[in-house]
Design a protein around this ligand. Sequence first.
Ligand code: ASN
Length: 470
Amino acid sequence: MLTRYIGRLHPLKADVVKRGAHKCTSILDTASSEAIGKPAKVQGWVRALRKMKDNVFVDISDGSTCEMLQVVMPKAIKPDELRYGSSVRVKGELTSAPNGKMELRATEVRVIGACNVSEDGYPFAPRKKYDPDYIRQYLHLRPRTRGFSSLLRLRDLASAVIGDYLRDRGFVSVHTPMLTSNDCEGAGEVFVVRPQSKEVVESMRKEGQTEDEIYFDTAAFLTVSGQLHLEAVARALTKVYTFGPTFRAENSKSRLHLSEFYMLEAELAFLTSIEDLMEEVELLVKRVTERMIEKGASDLRAIGALDPQWLNKTFACLTYEDALNVLNDNASQLQRPLKYGEAFTKEHELFLVQHNDGVPVFVVNWPKEIKPFYMKECADDASKVAALDLLVPGVGELVGGSMREDDYEKLELKLPPTGNLSWYLDLRKYGNVPTGGYGMGFDRFLQCVLGIGNIKDTVPFPRWPHNCNL
Ligand SMILES: NC(=O)C[C@H](N)C(=O)O
């Protein structure tokens, strides 16, 4: 038995470098000029089909690229079940088509799974353009649409580019917990977590404990931010980030909100000014966007994304009061003016960007009352905190960040009474350093860079109120 297993290791090893489906060439790899004249076997799904006099021309995609491979097969070898949407395996020889593209001259075609378009009410037809609202009704079939498969590859690319960029700059990735007892932002938007099993609850029930406290002896939530944990790790590893799902129970179905979204959060020890933090954020947004444009050109073209106009411009910086003045000077163009001490609405955010010719705007030095407890007071005005919001076209707030309160006494006074945060205060006791950090909504970043109107079209299976069925 063991001998047989070991005997099989060699072919498996050889397979590791192959990108295609099992023992096949990926369509991405068929595009190389070295492939001309070579035999190939590809697997994928039929995206278009044209019948000519002697031959049938079939476009196949396998998700390795937004390009499709044209397969030419004599009518005689076309299986009956080869239709739009069917999955197929094709053997043949790669040649260069008259249009310069690669073509597979099929010698053998096998349908793996037929697609019964008419009987099953398959919602998509070849070469038809559909509205995103229509496509979103079929989340399980949406990855098969050309645009959404490009989106998924671009989302993957952006994740990889962010990781590479931050690692290049000396950040260490940290997995902060999804289950937590703190509501970092203090906005009460947490999802509460409890065990479902009656047996577990019964076996753990203690005198006087509430239902929420049964499992962890404290209320437990899905994380709204990994920041507080990152601050602990930054005081040992200096530059850290976390990138993962984040949960907010907001009652919003807007085109900019999800109940579960991905957030990139970074924390830097020894950082002493909001200006340095702004520089970090501006660099991140620009460098990651540049690398995406460089590496994702064909998918960006496929979804019709245009290069952002702001890439080579310096982001503007307004204080909260400057921003308030701009908004009040232009009150006639707004549905609702802003009063001092209020948070911006989406209308205010988008107006400020538009007013800056579509170039992103930082807003800094916010009134203390409307920001969370962990933010550091401004040195010259204790009514304000050294916080930033980055506002970008199409989206409004993309990044939020701040210098963190590092003064033990001041923080002690502001610490929320619930959430067991004495450990957080402790961080200021032992080898304390100033830190600052930010959180960038990853899905909103994609919306902004790719020009996608609705955030639900940046995530494979979006969650929003009344939508967690699939
Ligand atoms: N890490 C951060 O600064 C992000 C911040 N905690 C937020 O959720 O807005």
